[in-house]
Write a protein that binds this ligand. Sequence first.
Ligand SMILES: C[S@@+](CC[C@H](N)C(=O)[O-])C[C@H]1O[C@@H](n2cnc3c(N)ncnc32)[C@H](O)[C@@H]1O
Length: 378
Amino acid sequence: MTSPMAITIAKQTTVSAIALFPGGHGKPQLRPFPFTAHRNPPMCLLAGEQPSRADSGDGQRLQHHASEHASGFSHSSVMLAEIVALFDDSEGCIVDATLGAGGHAEALLEAHPRISVIGLDRDRAAIAAATRRLARFGDRFVAHHVRFDDISTVVERGTCSGVIFDLGVSSPQLDHADRGFSHRFEGPLDMRMDDTDSLTAAEVVNTYREHELVTLLREYADERHAKRIASAIVSARPLSTTSELADVVVNAVPAAARRRQQRHPAMRTFQAVRIEVNSELDLLRPALESAVDALKPGGRIAVLSYHSGEDRIVKQLLRDESRTSPKGRPDLPPPPDMVTRLRLLWSGSRQPGDIELSANPRSASARLRAAERTEQGL
Ligand SMILES: C[S@@+](CC[C@H](N)C(=O)[O-])C[C@H]1O[C@@H](n2cnc3c(N)ncnc32)[C@H](O)[C@@H]1O
């Protein structure tokens, strides 16, 4: 789905991985990559690619990293056991296309000693935090500050044992007020996952035409009061903080509807603006296609999505790639030129169990879909 108002962010294939160094005051500092060659890059890395290396520091450093992680960048990974089990008996390289805090990557590295992980994220803070967290795995983990639709700039076609996507935002992104993702905290209207991108939430709410706002509120968040909210935003311009936007939305939603809603009335608006700022849906299908390209036969793709727009794209792609008969004619045999690159591991989607739901309510909307690469179309 391509939003008519989406501003294309010209950020093509530059791979600018970053690495974390302890600064003079014990604070982490980022510096641009490359800084050192990787001694034993995972097998599927493109020749010449220079990853951000997990720093294999000493125990003291690891302790520092662990507490830093606990205090600054923690995220409860969703359906962890299910993701880990999907790669039982795997060896070789797995791409974590949405590295985040590194929770899924860490669990995979711990459970499966014969795999290595290449982590991608468009958020430099996530890359830095995961690089610290996974330092103890040495050469088995590398990270790249790269968007997931650019997988092909980092890994060779047909070489990966797995690719995982855990879509959406991480808890640190939501919970750090200065990122501007949440209606719950006062902050600037930013919402960029990648702080080197140009489009911000402020630009969306202050410059988009009213009908464009209506479209994105409906398409990206199924917002029933899209027209009222869009009109209120336009009247209240300029808006510069998250609480200004949240207040405008709250006042635009009829009181009766507000009373019926279980969630904050501005939640959907924030979701829609965030998806627009980060072109989340537009990037997804190309990213999934590249992920299938990257898999070797028997390799697996697993995708966790968190709202219907994302899940629809995932479901469609997996269905298209696993089709064994012409579209709309399940009664017919495959035509000779038909290529079926995936085999679904189960039909439909799986959801978190009750124990996980009570421990982590943020997992409630998760849907997991997975498939395995066939030998066709290599
Ligand atoms: C839900 S979090 C991942 C959490 C991670 N699985 C864990 O267990 O800690 C999603 C991450 O995906 C990243 N992300 C979202 N869209 C992306 C894209 N197009 N390319 C690369 N990373 C992206 C976000 O920056 C965020 O860090």
